[in-house]
Structures are given as structure tokens and as C-alpha cells.
Design a binder for this molecule. Structure first.
Ligand code: PMP
Length: 326
């Protein structure tokens, strides 16, 4: 279904229309599909918000050509924003907590962006605070704020959601996706619930993340290795709307790691740890539908594989679980 069949004018036009591929390791009678977001030019789901958010912000006059965007990011957002900024005539600065992968930071720099590191122990909150300090110091600088900007959700409502429905002719029983900012899941969920208010919506977070508390679940905060999803502080994640979500699935580092290895070995998918976690949760939801524990309008579960394992080779993603997680 990838539909870039005509010549294109710019790399930005290659964003989206990613393939939706069947995952075969599911229960009898329920189909699972994954949207392969590594097919985007910056090799992640975040290219979508890079283009969508910056185009809308320029249209609205939040920033003008020649200005600067400054964003706290774990990396993939930086790559997506760096590509869009470059093509739309904006400078880009990214504030990245040190623990995130060097590959992503090198790619942001290769795209012409400036990368500033903040201490790992200050977490994303530290990166967010630093981004705002920098924006105050510069003229015509703006922080797109992927954690609170509704344009993030809107990007997926306008693109990812409709692409999934078109590919499956509307036969979608459940949507399941990892939540970092939660823009991906919220955008798809809003679109899905408009098509069919009974669509099951499953959020995915690492064990140690606390999104589940927003649905009244008990959570114990802790560290995790899965990259790109989860939160330690729901206050900084304004996009997650518990009203749209049926359940939040906490996935362990070990289960995510085992699954990303299986996806490579058996299904040919080279995906990051957040995709491993999403796949575990999607299979769980599929099993619940198969067992009649979950009522879905269609026997089809759709999930999102946000990025590729190549981005984490230096972090030992394909080494043993013990080595990767130590
Ligand atoms: N997986 C990876 C690898 C990511 O970089 C991100 C973005 N932080 C996500 C999943 C989650 O996407 P979202 O921010 O839209 O919830």
C-alpha cells in the first residue's frame, strides 16, 4: 500500500503512506497488523509530526522562515523536526537527555541541527526546562512542545488514522500503540472512535512508567530500558486523554526485548524496543478478543512499530537481555 508511485518534489512528500503488514504470531481468528513507521525518510513515526507541526506553525505565524525551533526530544522527534525545519527554512536546536542513543543525535546533527545534552538524572523534565530557557534567550525562537501541543495528536488524526482505515476498508476492531507523548495513539484513537465508537483503544507503556494511574491502575515507578515510550510524570504529558483509552498495558523490558528478537528472527522486522512492547500488547489484546474477554466490532488489531533497531545497535539491542538491560 505504499503509494509513492509518482515523482516527488521533496523529501517531505515521502512522509506517511507507510506499509501496514500482518503479524503472524497471533491467536487463531484475529488478525494483527503493524504500521511500519521506519519506512519514513527519517526512519520513524516522528517524521509525521515534524512536517505537520512545522507547516501548521509557519501558517499560523508561530514562527517565521529564518526563525528557530527548539525541542526537548528523545531523538526521533529531533530527526523528524530537523528534516522538516531544513526543508521549510528554519533552524533547529534539540535538547536531549544523555541516556538516549548516539545514533539519533548524530543523525540530527547530520541534518544540520544543533544538539544540546542534559543530564540523564534530570529526565525529560530537565530537557523541557532547558529548551524553554534557550527559547527565551533567542529572537523568533519557538518550542513546538510535542508533549502538550495538540498539533502532535492532529498529525496522526490527519494521516496515520485515515491510512489505517483506508488500508483495512474500515475493518478495525482495536488500536494499540505505545505512548511517549501519546500523540500517535490519541490521534489514531480520535479518528478510530469517530469511525466506530466501539473501537477498543489500548495504550502501551513500559513497566516503571505511570500512565496507567490515569485510568486508576496501581503503578510502581521505576527505571526501564524500552526507549521512546512511558512517563514518570503525567503532568508533563498533556495529550494523553484517559477518556479515549480502554486499558493501559505495562510491558516489561524482557518481554519487549524477547519480542523484538522474535520479530527479527521470524517475521523479518528490524524494530526498536517500543515496537517490541507494542507487539506484545497487540498480541495480548488479540488473545482477549479471541477468548471473548474483549468485545470488538472486528477481529482485527492494529498497532504501530515506531522505528528501526538499526538506531540502537550501539546500545546492544540484539545482545542478550542481560547485556542489553545492564
Ligand atoms: N517509540 C519511539 C521509538 C519513539 O521515539 C516514540 C516517540 N517518543 C514513540 C514510540 C511514541 O510516540 P508518541 O510520542 O507519539 O507517543
Amino acid at each position: 500500500m505504499t503509494t509513492h508511485e509518482r515523482p516527488l518534489d521533496s523529501v517531505l512528500e515521502t512522509i506517511g503512506q507507510t506499509p501496514l503488514v500482518r503479524i503472524r504470531d497471533g491467536p487463531q481468528g484475529v488478525r494483527i497488523y503493524a504500521k511500519l513507521e521506519s519506512f519514513n525518510p527519517g526512519a520513524s513515526v516522528k517524521d509525521r509530526i515534524g512536517r505537520y507541526m512545522l507547516e501548521r506553525m509557519l501558517e499560523r505565524g508561530d514562527v517565521t522562515a529564518g526563525g528557530t525551533i527548539i525541542e526537548p526530544t528523545a531523538g526521533n522527534t529531533g530527526i523528524g523536526f530537523a528534516t522538516a525545519a531544513q526543508q521549510l527554512g528554519l533552524d533547529a536546536i534539540f535538547v536531549v537527555p544523555e541516556r538516549f542513543s548516539v545514533e539519533k543525535q548524530q543523525l540530527m546533527a547530520a541534518l544540520g541541527a544543533e544538539v544540546i545534552n542534559t543530564p540523564t538524572e534530570d529526565g525529560m523534565d530537565g530537557a523541557i526546562a532547558r529548551a524553554h530557557e534557550l527559547a527565551d534567550e533567542l529572537d523568533d525562537a519557538v518550542v513546538p512542545q510535542q508533549f502538550s501541543n495538540p498539533l502532535n495528536t492532529e498529525a496522526h488524526y490527519a494521516t496515520t488514522g485515515p491510512e489505517i482505515y483506508d488500508a483495512l476498508d474500515g475493518e478495525v476492531g482495536a488500536v494499540v500503540a505505545g505512548c511517549g507523548t501519546a500523540g500517535t495513539l490519541m490521534g489514531i484513537a480520535r479518528y478510530a472512535l469517530e469511525q466506530d465508537p466501539d473501537t477498543v483503544v489500548g495504550a502501551v507503556e513500559p513497566e516503571g512508567s505511570v500512565y496507567g494511574e490515569l485510568l486508576g491502575d496501581d503503578r510502581e515507578e521505576g527505571e526501564y530500558k524500552i526507549e521512546g515510550i512511558g512517563t514518570h510524570n503525567v503532568e508533563t504529558n498533556e495529550l494523553f486523554d484517559p477518556e479515549l483509552v480502554d486499558a493501559v498495558y505495562p510491558i516489561s523490558d524482557r518481554d519487549a526485548h524477547d519480542e523484538l528478537e522474535r520479530l527479527a528472527r521470524e517475521e523479518g522486522h528490524l524494530v526498536g524496543s517500543s515496537a517490541g512492547a507494542a507487539s506484545v500488547a497487540a498480541k495480548h489484546v488479540a488473545q482477549e478478543i479471541a477468548d471473548g474477554e474483549l468485545d470488538a466490532t472486528h477481529d482485527t488489531v492494529v498497532t504501530v512499530f515506531p522505528d528501526s533497531s538499526e538506531r540502537y545497535l550501539s546500545k546492544g539491542i540484539y545482545r542478550s537481555f542481560e547485556e542489553w538491560s545492564s
